[in-house]
Design a protein around this ligand. Sequence first.
Ligand code: UGA
Length: 430
Amino acid sequence: MKILVVGLGYVGITTALYFADKGYEVLCLDKDNDKIKKIQNGESPIYEPCVEELIKKNKTNIITNISKKEAYHQADVIFITVGTPQDEKGNANLSFIYDVIKDVIEFVNKDCTIVIKSTVPVGTCDNIEKIIKTNLNRNINIDIVSNPEFLAQGNAINDTFNPSRIIIGTENDRSKNVMSELYKGTNSEKVFMDRRSSELVKYASNCFLALKLSYINEIANISELLGVNIENVVKGMSYDSRIGKEFLKCGVGFGGSCFPKDTNALINISKNVGYNSELLNSIITSNEKQRLILLNKAKKIFESFKNKKIAILGLAFKPNTDDIRESPALKNIKYLVDEEANIYAYDPKAMENCKKIYPNLNYCINIEDAIKDADLCMIFTEWNEIKKFQCNKYKELMKNPIVLDGRNCYDVAEMERIGIRYDSIGRKRN
Ligand code: UGA
């Protein structure tokens, strides 16, 4: 079987590498030529551990020098892994998916299976099937399968090679057999169901995780007011296996390209069938509020931010990625820029991406450079480099040693001992 992967973002490149590593010949298409060139040079098109090594290891199985027409002619299985960003109304924008379907209709000339890995609203596979049936006038069988992806950025290779589960939504035995063959030999459970259920599994999973985060953030906010330490509360909760200990780290709210987008999309999917989910709506409102929590703490300390030197540590939406999409740091930066603060920002990997949005911030070479003479330091991402930073340097280098930590990187008592005014999330202030 020859596999074609269309769209080489986080999902596409890791899918391509997974099958190439299993010995399949994988044809790759992306409209961004820079990505293709990078892969051809043995480089990763995304910032993600292990991707480059696997591209080098599997270079004979990863085929990028192929025309669109030839790729669609040769493919037995087509994985669609293009983005489905949020549109202005909060729906998933499916235009990239439908562009690929146009190419399928134009070029595919033999039986094949199309696998939708992109996150798509319930019913999208059915709709794709209808469009193909209506517009394809060749006598071939094209099956549509839903196979959502559950990888988290920063752990993409591990999540793809050892997924928690493989959800496969099919409507006939032919495509079910193809998928069984493709995922033969995996240690992960293969869970077969109908396509619509499979499409909803993805949204229900992401929104549940978003809900869990918003819940613990709310409990953290309450803990702080009660003088209780959220870390003790989480520890105590985590012994209950129904609750678990994962995904209970409170902070400045969730970001990234998935949770905010998918929660909004599920709200709209529900509305379209006449259901207004107050719970889903509250995830968004709670998270919006949480993302401004450091700013609100800062407002209690400073009457105005005008001409204040503010160090921003961490721009990425989480550590180990250069991705700044929906990053809590950006929300706060926007406000501070409007207030004419002087921002000195540092992030180990995400500064280049941030420069595209805020070219005029002062980008620093390291943490020391950012905090030197600062009136205030705000921490938005728990990079190891930030967590391991020697805290006494805040005292030594800052004009006012005031640290607002949105990721609970440091020990409260230690900061107090050093003489730093330190406030974090759901813990005692000093
Ligand atoms: C998320 C899901 O975890 C994946 O399962 C899913 O496949 C992916 O979305 C997707 O739909 O493609 P990702 O957005 O890469 O993955 O990042 P996460 O690690 O889930 O983090 C999301 C946000 O939650 C980050 O801002 C992170 O800082 C925050 N977070 C995470 C917390 O605040 N506390 C935690 O305990 C965990």
